[in-house]
Design a protein around this ligand. Structure first.
Ligand SMILES: C[S@@+](CC[C@H](N)C(=O)[O-])C[C@H]1O[C@@H](n2cnc3c(N)ncnc32)[C@H](O)[C@@H]1O
Length: 270
C-alpha cells in the first residue's frame, strides 16, 4: 500500500515559497465569487497567507482555515492577528474528517492540497458534506508535467519526473491540476469551470529565489534520502542535476514556471 507522507515538509525554504502566495494572486479564480458575509472554509490552509485575503474578501463573514500540521496553524493565527483579520479562525485537523456541521459553508477553497492527499474522492465528498446546497468549491493544484525550467538540458525532464514520482510514492497526485474537472464530476459537483495558469519566475530576484528554493528543498538531504530510499533516483543523478542547476541560475535566459490547474464548481441544490 502507498505510504501517505506530506512530500513538501515544513522547512523554512518551503515556508518562504508559501509566503509569496496571496488570495489575489493564487485564488484569482475564486475571488470574484466571494461576497461580504459569506462563510468560507480554507482546507489545507498552511501558514494562512491565502486565507487572510479570503477573510478580507468576505468580512464581516467568517473564514475557517484547517490544516493537519499545528506549526502551520500557529503561523496562520499569527498572520491573521498581525493583519487584524479577526474573522479568521484556525483549526488543527484532517481534511478527510472535517470538524464542521453539514451544509454550513458558502464556499470551500484549497490551494496545492488535493495533490498531496491520497483519497481525492473521500476528501471531496467530505468537503461537499460541509458545503451548503449551491455552495462553491474551488481548488488550484500543480501540473508537474507542464512545469518547466528553461534553458533545459536532456536531464531536466528526469528531475521533474523524480519530483512527480516522489509525490506519487507519498500517496500524492502530481498531475492533479489537470484532473480536477473529472474528479469534481465523480464527486457529484456541477457547473464546473476549469482554467490553468503558471507561477512564473523570470525577474532576476525571482530566478534567484527559485534557484535557492530548489537547492534548499529538492537537493536537501531529506529529499535525496527519500528519493533514493524509494528507488526513484540515485545520489549520482542528484549530483549531476545539482551542478546543472547552478549553471541554470547564471543563464541570461533563465526562466522557471510551476504549472497549475484551477477549478470552481457548485454543490447541487438537490
Ligand atoms: C503545499 S501546502 C499548501 C498550503 C496553502 N494552501 C498554500 O497554498 O499556501 C499543503 C498543506 O496541506 C496540508 N495537508 C496535507 N494533508 C492534509 C490533511 N489530510 N488534512 C489537512 N491538511 C493537510 C499540509 O499540512 C500543508 O500545510
Amino acid at each position: 500500500m502507498t505510504e501517505s507522507t506530506y512530500t513538501m515538509g515544513y522547512g523554512e525554504e518551503f515556508r518562504q515559497m508559501l509566503d509569496r502566495r496571496s488570495a489575489d494572486s493564487h485564488a484569482a479564480h475564486l475571488m470574484p465569487l466571494l461576497k461580504p458575509g459569506m462563510r468560507v472554509l480554507d482546507f489545507g490552509c498552511g501558514p494562512g497567507t491565502i486565507t487572510v485575503g479570503l477573510a478580507q474578501a468576505v468580512d464581516p463573514g467568517e473564514v475557517h482555515g484547517i490544516d493537519i500540521e499545528e506549526s502551520q496553524i500557529n503561523l496562520a493565527r499569527a498572520a491573521a492577528e498581525a493583519g487584524g483579520h479577526h474573522n479568521a479562525t484556525f483549526h488543527v485537523g484532517d481534511v478527510t474528517d472535517l470538524p464542521f456541521d453539514d451544509n454550513s459553508f458558502d464556499a470551500a477553497h484549497c490551494h496545492a492540497v488535493l495533490m498531496h492527499v491520497p483519497d481525492t474522492l473521500g476528501t471531496l465528498s467530505e468537503v461537499k458534506r460541509v458545503l451548503k446546497p449551491g455552495g462553491i468549491i474551488s481548488s488550484r493544484e500543480c501540473i508537474v508535467d507542464s512545469s518547466f525550467l528553461e534553458p533545459s538540458t536532456e536531464n531536466t525532464a528526469e528531475e521533474w519526473a523524480t519530483f512527480a514520482n516522489l509525490l506519487r510514492a507519498n500517496g500524492g497526485h502530481p498531475q492533479m491540476g489537470k484532473e480536477l474537472k473529472q474528479k469534481l464530476i465523480e464527486a457529484g459537483f456541477s457547473d464546473i469551470t476549469a482554467t490553468a495558469s503558471f507561477d512564473i519566475f523570470s525577474a532576476p530576484a525571482d530566478v534567484a529565489f527559485l534557484h535557492a528554493f530548489i537547492g534548499d528543498w529538492f537537493f536537501s538531504k531529506d529529499v535525496i534520502a527519500a528519493a533514493t530510499n524509494h528507488g526513484i533516483a540515485t545520489q549520482e543523478q542528484f549530483d549531476l542535476w545539482r551542478a546543472e542547476h547552478d549553471e541554470w541560475k547564471d543563464h541570461a535566459g533563465a526562466v522557471g514556471a510551476l504549472a497549475f490547474g484551477e477549478a470552481v464548481a457548485v454543490k447541487p441544490r438537490s
